[in-house]
Write a protein that binds this ligand. Structure first.
Ligand code: FAD
Length: 580
């Protein structure tokens, strides 16, 4: 039984098809696939949504197929990337509906590749509950069916979860109800009802990531506005969006040029050996104390390797000397001194702090001054990220991908790292970011600043930020532009909540704990459940997005393969016992 037929469920079926000839010959198998949305696309990539909703990856960077860079036991089965399949320019940001067609095709191809005695049955609806003993068949209750379906094992690929509001959200919603205000709690923007946001009225928006971009697009072009070059021509139906967040700036632009030349040899300072050493520590490890220094060193290595090999005129000395000293360095201060001596322009040195919090310590005298500054910031970010002069940025991006893979091996990625990664490496498409200054000039978008604070008082919502001391804005509408936090305990889904109540383990951040070896769900004693598996963003095995760039050894592929193989081995064992 597979619950969830989005990209992860689809990737799993692809791996079952690839591995079945070796591990599961000839005993017949029924795969029950449960999802209210169509198999392949699932909820996020379904056909029924606005064409204004784009992917945030270039079409050439999306593949559902493995290659020999993936460290997995199963066989590689090649196939087209999105842009090859769709016959579109690799640099296009496809809309989500097109990606959904690709995913449905991948699903159909995977189903067709299954051995003849393996059959997939789609059940259109939700799975409500999983029960059954550890050592026996699992019972899965489906919506609208009085009796459970029996399954030898269950894989959950539930994706992004809807969540019950936390205390702060519940209070804000109650306040809105009492005072006739509008409060939109964290949700899939594409599924939210935005009709309560009225033309011309101020709307406070908390969150400046990808959910904000979806919101911005739906409330501007989605309401009939259009662009004439870099000028936004309003329809008059738009509200006025006051956006802010902890950082106060949008996610960094996607990088808009290709890699050329020598790749940084990654992993270098944070690879399998360091992961093993951390896992073997008797007292465990702490992310900030033990892991982050390795991450910093790895990202710095990627950055300076690129600077020295591709832009040697901006360095003094030879790479081999620098590399030797860098390898021997034991701390951020030493590395900073090394960089200061070998890289004359401070702008060529890696400053992770400034990258992460560009508004830290910045104060503006007036709201208008800050608007101008932020428009300039976005435009500078866009030109930098489209200019190969700054190609160490792309090396750092490769470093971030490499680090993400190692963190997954280390047993999981917490929300801080995932947020940092998304902000630096997984920002909006350039064309969407470019719309922000245009909307700002048109008066439809206003920037509130960093550490945005929102209060509910005197029957209204009020937002302020330290970036512009003294400035505040009042509004009757507040939108939380972010996905619900993927915590198991707060999941709206009864299935997960019950698993949690029955003893499935969670991380301190609320992610479902799974065995890094094969995705089996762990209980609080750390025991893997023999018959229950989970894959995806609500687990501590989460990966950077579901889609992998070709030839980057995607950890999601490795996980899908390991889970498919463990499931097939388990089922083959059952079949052998039944035949004996
Ligand atoms: C709005 C949005 C945009 C994104 N854009 C990108 C992008 O451009 N590039 C990228 O790499 N990543 C992107 N991501 C990241 C995302 O993690 C993946 O793209 C991907 O969709 C995750 O795949 P999944 O199968 O794990 O989850 P989902 O795609 O969420 O699929 C899970 C499926 O499980 C089903 N389900 C859940 N609970 C139940 C239940 N109880 N019973 C039955 N079915 C159930 C849901 O209906 C859904 O169809 C985006 C995420 C979001 C939310």
């Amino acid at each position: 039984m597979i619950v969830g037929a989005g990209p992860r469920g689809t990737g799993l079926i692809e791996r079952i098809a690839a591995n079945a000839p070796e591990l599961y010959a000839g005993s017949g198998l029924d795969i029950h696939l449960v999802d209210p949305y169509p198999p392949g696309s699932g909820r996020i990539w379904r056909a029924a949504q606005s064409p204004l909703m784009w992917m945030n990856s270039h079409a050439e960077d999306i593949t559902m197929f493995t290659d020999e860079t993936v460290a997995m036991e199963g066989p590689v089965v090649g196939g087209p990337t999105l842009h090859e399949w769709a016959g579109i320019d690799g640099r296009v940001f496809a809309d989500r509906r097109l990606q959904g067609s690709y995913l449905r095709w991948v699903h159909e191809r995977a189903v067709a590749a299954l051995p003849p005695d393996v059959t997939v049955h789609h059940h259109e609806g939700r799975a409500l509950r999983v029960g059954g003993p550890r050592e026996g068949r699992q019972q899965v209750w489906l919506e609208g069916r009085p009796r459970p379906l029996l399954a030898d094992l269950v894989v959950l690929a539930l994706g992004h979860l809807d969540a019950e509001p936390d205390d702060e959200q519940a209070e804000l919603t109650a306040y809105a109800r009492k005072h006739g205000l509008v409060h939109l709690a964290p949700d899939f923007t594409a599924d939210s009802d935005l009709s309560a946001l009225r033309a011309g009225e101020p709307v406070l928006v908390r969150g400046f990531g990808l959910a904000f971009v979806d919101l911005m697009v739906l409330l501007t072009e989605g309401r009939g506005g259009r662009y004439d070059g870099d000028t936004y021509v309003p329809s008059g139906q738009e509200p006025v969006l006051y956006v802010g967040s902890r950082r106060g700036v949008p996610y960094h632009s996607k990088i808009g040029y290709d890699w050329s030349g020598e790749r940084p040899p990654l992993p270098r300072f944070f690879g399998p050996a360091e992961v093993e050493a951390l896992l073997a520590r008797p007292g465990g490890f702490d992310f900030r104390r033990d892991v982050w220094p390795l991450v910093e060193k790895e990202l710095g290595f990627a950055h300076y390797h690129r600077l020295f090999t591709a832009h040697p005129e901006r360095t003094s000395g030879a790479w081999s000397d620098f590399e030797e000293k860098y390898a021997a360095s034991s701390g951020a201060a030493q590395r900073e001194a090394l960089a200061a001596a070998a890289v004359p322009d401070p702008g060529d040195r890696l400053d992770l702090r400034a990258l992460e919090r560009p508004l830290d310590g910045m104060r503006y005298r007036s709201f208008e001054e800050f608007q101008e500054e932020l428009r300039g910031y976005v435009e500078r970010d866009l030109s930098r990220r489209h200019d190969p002069y700054h190609s160490p940025d792309l090396a750092v991006f490769l470093g971030l991908l490499s680090v993400y893979g190692q963190l997954v091996r280390l047993g999981g990625v917490g929300p801080w790292w995932h947020g940092f990664f998304s902000y630096v490496a997984s920002g909006p498409p350039g064309p969407r970011l470019r719309q922000m200054p245009a909307l700002s000039r048109a008066g439809v978008l206003k920037f509130v600043g960093a550490d945005m604070s929102v209060t509910a008082q005197d029957g209204m919502f009020r937002a302020s930020s330290a970036t512009v001391p003294g400035f505040s804005v009042r509004a009757r509408a507040l939108v939380e532009a972010r996905l619900p936090a993927p915590t198991v305990a707060r999941a709206r889904d009864t299935l997960l909540r019950e698993l949690h109540a029955e003893g499935a383990a969670e991380t301190p951040d609320g992610l479902l704990r799974v065995d890094p070896a094969d995705g089996r769900i762990l209980d609080r004693a750390g025991r893997p459940h023999p018959r229950r598996f989970a894959l995806g963003p609500y687990t501590d095995g989460r990966t950077p997005g579901a889609f992998t760039r070709p030839r980057t050894g995607g950890p999601a592929f490795r996980q899908n393969d390991a889970t498919a193989r463990a499931a097939l081995r388990f089922l083959a064992g059952l079949a052998a016992r039944a035949a004996a």
